[in-house]
Design a protein around this ligand. Structure first.
Ligand code: SF4
Length: 372
């Protein structure tokens, strides 16, 4: 065995011993995992961690609808192909009533349990527009879980209104909001944010919004957007900062890593899209480092169902959902079909040797498909 290969094997062995003993991994372990070329060993380790921490054969999905009320955004992240300025062709902003009508029509055609709503950060609306939207949705869809807005959007609402995070979140909750989405985290490093999203709030603000939400009893989701200008150490740092907040609050329901999509964005055209190996490695490292986040999602919209299926053996236990109407990843070149029928998700999960479980947003079980 060559010296680097021997070192790598020793590092993986050390991690395996820690995982088996239920010990927490540190930044050095995270880097060693990322730098390992032994992809299958990594998958096996992540799977071991998932099982040792109580995971069974279940793979979760939710019947959901994704809507975007406006694509007008002041931020202009370099990786975003979705945002427009107000006067640009294709810019749109729906009123609360228009959005609620659309959501209700979609529900009548195909009922869903979760509405996932994210928007651009429009400077042309006010906080009342958000509150009226949540109230209109709550009235139109009394039984649907309203998973609305990222921590970045909550920060934007606080800026628009002059209210504190606590006041904004308290009013949204009172209007009917059930949980927050996980977007806007990107990579927490200030260096990276300056390069890819200079108009976005600092990491500390994103984390603080989530902390306040959790304290108010509003659960949320967390994400990482990788595969652009970040280093492996910056990815590991991102994961550890999420873990630290989760230690404090326990309010994150699930973690979703996204590889950046490059089409129609303003990122360096020389960038190479993340390979399948990189996507699987990131799922596995996330599962191993995030020992306090119960669910790791293989977001099939971004990676495609075949790869999501393999990710289920690399530590993921959730494929997100039926995701009607997704626009953000599709603007940046994602080729996956949206409005995915639940039946197809079930078949893919079963073919991966796992048990499909339909859940609600809070991971309550709604249906299960046992192997025949
Ligand atoms: S990613 Fe979000 S915040 Fe950034 S430009 Fe796009 S819509 Fe705006």
């Amino acid at each position: 065995m060559s010296a680097p290969a021997a070192l790598e094997a020793a590092a993986l062995e050390r991690v395996q011993e820690k995982v088996a003993a239920g010990e927490r991994l540190d930044a050095a372990d995270g880097l060693a995992l990322y730098e390992s070329d032994d992809l299958l060993a990594l998958g096996e380790l992540a799977n071991l961690a998932r099982r040792l921490r109580g995971g069974g054969d279940e793979v979760f999905f939710v019947r959901n609808l994704t809507l975007n009320q406006t694509n007008v955004c002041r931020v202009k992240c370099r990786f975003c192909a979705f945002a427009r300025s107000a006067r640009q062709e294709g810019a749109y902003t729906l009123s609360p009533a228009e959005l609620a009508d659309e959501a209700k029509r979609a529900y009548e055609q195909e009922p869903y349990n979760e509405l996932h709503l994210v928007n651009g950060e429009s400077p042309h609306v006010d906080f009342d527009w958000y509150l009226e939207t949540v109230r209109a949705l709550r009235e139109a869809l009394p039984s649907v879980h309203l998973k609305c807005y990222s921590a970045s959007e909550v920060h934007h609402m606080a800026t628009l209104s002059g209210l504190s995070y606590e006041q904004v979140l308290g009013e949204l909750k009172q209007a009917g909001l059930d949980s927050l989405t996980g977007g806007g985290a990107e990579i927490f490093s200030a260096r990276v944010r300056k390069l890819i999203a200079p108009g976005k709030e600092p990491a500390e603000a994103w984390l603080e919004v989530n902390r306040v939400a959790h304290e108010l009893g509003i659960p949320s989701h967390c994400t990482m957007l990788y595969g652009h200008v970040e280093t492996l150490a910056e990815r590991v740092d991102h994961l550890l900062r999420l873990r630290e907040l989760q230690d404090e609050t326990g309010g994150f329901l699930a973690f979703v890593p996204f590889a950046v999509h490059l089409e129609n964005t303003r990122l360096d055209p020389e960038l190479v899209p993340a390979t399948a190996a990189e996507v699987l490695r990131t799922i596995a490292v996330s599962r191993l480092l995030l020992d306090n986040v119960a669910h790791i999602k293989a977001y099939w919209i971004a990676m495609g169902l075949p790869l999501a299926q393999i990710a289920l053996h690399f530590g993921a236990d959730d494929v997100q959902g039926t995701v009607g109407r997704e626009q953000v990843f599709h603007s940046a070149g994602a080729r996956t079909e949206t409005e995915q029928a639940a039946g197809r998700l079930v078949r893919y999960i079963q073919a991966a040797g796992r048990v499909p479980v339909e859940r609600d947003t809070l991971y309550n079980e709604l249906a299960r498909w046992e192997a025949e």
